[in-house]
Ligand binder design. Sequence first.
Ligand SMILES: Cc1cc2nc3c(=O)[nH]c(=O)nc-3n(C[C@H](O)[C@H](O)[C@H](O)COP(=O)(O)OP(=O)(O)OC[C@H]3O[C@@H](n4cnc5c(N)ncnc54)[C@H](O)[C@@H]3O)c2cc1C
Length: 505
Amino acid sequence: MVLALSRGFAAHASRPQGVIRFEQAFSGLKFIFGLWCEPARDDIAVNSRDNMMENYQLAVIGSGSGGAEAALLAAKNGFRVALIEKERLGGTRLHRGCYAVRALHASGRMFREFLGSGKFGIEADLLRNSLVDWMKSQRAASNRLADELKADLEKLGVKILSGTGSLAGQHIVRVTGEWGDNTDIEAEHIFISTGSRPDYRSTPGSRIINSDDLIQRIDPPSDLLVVGGGYVGCEFAAIYRQFGCQVTVAEQAERLLPSWDETVSKHVASQLTASGVELMLGAEIDVKNLPLEAGSPIVTRPDGSEMAPDLILVATGRSPNVESLGLEALGIAAKPFIEVDAQLRTAQRHIFAIGDVNGLNMLDSSATAQARVACEAITGGDSIFSSRWVPRYLDTDPPVAAVGWMEHEAEVADFNVEVQTESVKLVTSDNRTVVEPSLTQVKLIVEQQTRQLRGCVIIGQQASEVINVAALAIQSGLNARDISRLLLVHPSVSVAFQRCAAKFA
Ligand SMILES: Cc1cc2nc3c(=O)[nH]c(=O)nc-3n(C[C@H](O)[C@H](O)[C@H](O)COP(=O)(O)OP(=O)(O)OC[C@H]3O[C@@H](n4cnc5c(N)ncnc54)[C@H](O)[C@@H]3O)c2cc1C
């Protein structure tokens, strides 16, 4: 279908706003009732009386990390963009994931720092700590970030449509409002960026919950069992332990974070254990058959004692939000993640799936990288997405970051590599480290023949910054000698990275 974009734009400009086409008598009644009860909402787009559809060059369904980045990028490039969101702007990152977790961690760290402030010559007499206040601080931060995102989108002229988006035709996106009213828009390109949700769905009032539920709770558990030792489970375990809860992590594999380098698993396990978290590795817990009543024992420990947590967080994986998108009618496969090619195109070349919904690499950094690839594709570019070089980060204490090949992956792929490690207590750009130097551990993986850097793991303060230096080195094809000769700021954590590279010489 060829779209008459200029005609659509003229129609868009002259269209009277606020006129509703009722799809069904029932939804119309609901809408009229809604007008009595609800203040007018200018962010809901509506079809015009003459039934002419608004027309966009790009429609993006979902305003999380991938969708928001794509809408901003395309609008910056002069595209006329509609962004459809059924909840609050910002998606998982702002409200239930990365930034929400960071905000809680910030409260935990601040609390711990006050407890240890005597070393810096500061005495705090009375420290009050409440989960309600931690949550208030988190929500204030999430709301501020969502407001900033809205302002950025509006500044660039992105049309924000409130409602649930679905595909109603090759180039038609239907937006269903909360009162059941339907609005169709036409778009030359469509990005599906509807993200994912926890695999485990809790029943209201149950003591067995998922991470979305946990972040809504303001009453701290006294005894929390986390089922799943991936990064979500480990991060929440660290936060709730910092808060003072009794925490146990049960993981079915023999190590935490099975997809990360083994050094990281060992480090996170020892940090969590040192903070008082109990670990049960190789422990398979049948979540479907757990007793729902508080106080019922869940599992018998090797020493015969029984564990009866008052709250159980199930953090065992995520599923894509693909239901009701209308994929089947357009022949777009989802098994269960939407299938895409290297440019993130679905079976319909003008419809892309970016972010968690395609399951390629369920990270914030991947969702934004994919948004860039898809935006380039619709302007005729040929860049492709590879999850191999996406850096990743784990907000533990201290944090962990990694990029590229891990040692065990290189072994499995029969890739000839050399590995060096460095573990050093450093004074860094953080002035506090003069008083209390922090430990930084680095592992570098280089290709045997070329000595080019292929992978890096960093454990220590500012790991997320140093991993960016490593990612830059990998993407620029630097070898170990090049890295060891870079001019770097002293003191800084990157020095540990450089010292490790020098070991290959
Ligand atoms: C606890 C936790 C911690 C995390 N920490 C990190 C981290 O430290 N680093 C990192 O890189 N990643 C982290 N992640 C992962 C990261 O948050 C996700 O990979 C990222 O948010 C995915 O972005 P997305 O755009 O694909 O989806 P989302 O951010 O989930 O956005 C999807 C949006 O689409 C909307 N939507 C869904 N269906 C429809 C529809 N039909 N119509 C309209 N709107 C719809 C949703 O309401 C949502 O707003 C974490 C995740 C969790 C759960």
